[in-house]
Design a protein around this ligand. Sequence first.
Ligand code: G3P
Ligand code: CA
Length: 269
Amino acid sequence: APATPQAAHHGRPLVVAHRGASAYAPENTLAAIDKARDMGFRWVENDVQRTKDGELVIMHDDNLKRTTNVEEVFPDRAPWKVADFTAAEIARLDAGSWFSPKYAGERVPTLRQYMRRVSRNHQSLVFEFKKPELYPGIEYQGLRVLRETGWLDKSHVRNRLVIQSFSANSVRTVHAVRPDVKTGFLGTPPVADLPAYARFSDQINSTHTSISADYVSAIHALRGPHGKPLEIFTWTVNDAPNAVRAAKFGVDGIITNAPDVVRRALRGF
Ligand code: G3P
Ligand code: CA
């Protein structure tokens, strides 16, 4: 069944399944976003990197070791960087067994495969360019895939997509190329610097341990590049007390590996 839509920014924070429902299924796989969908979560988050032959794939680390069986399949290819493998090689890897035998055979999705599944699941996406400094021009490539999969159509851009990065340059590039797309800067800049970020970011997405009620208020007092109040999605909140703390601060979104835990904690909000 399609996920239940959740309204953004009206009282209760939006709950975003980090790398998919990654407490319950292997992160950044199609199984992880299907799991989020089955649990009733519309919003998911991902990480995007680039292969040796220029394909964009969904992976958090710039190294294949932690979340695949690459060492077994390619024992002589240390140090196993994503950028040293072709898409065809990566397609041979098992990205599920490390998590649980139940997920054996799960693959590393290409961005294209991933976007098609997000569409099919009627989900929405917080898309992260991970370590874009390693992959010059990745923003243009990512935007091209998003356009080709329908993700830059007006309806999607309006309320189903945020593109974020720890790299301010990357976020600035996305905003310059596609000013209609909602963007997020990952970090906790000093309050005095927030207006500069608000010129190209609609969101400031900070680790939950770095924020306070005052910081959230300072963000909300500013307006982003689309003239709307600047927002904050905080991460990675995996327990009830921290979810309640962030919600009390008034954050707009909570990014979590365990979306069910956060949803339960926020019932009273
Ligand atoms: O969505 C924010 C969060 O994912 C950033 O940290 O390392 O999990 O990509 P990381
Ligand atoms: Ca991420």
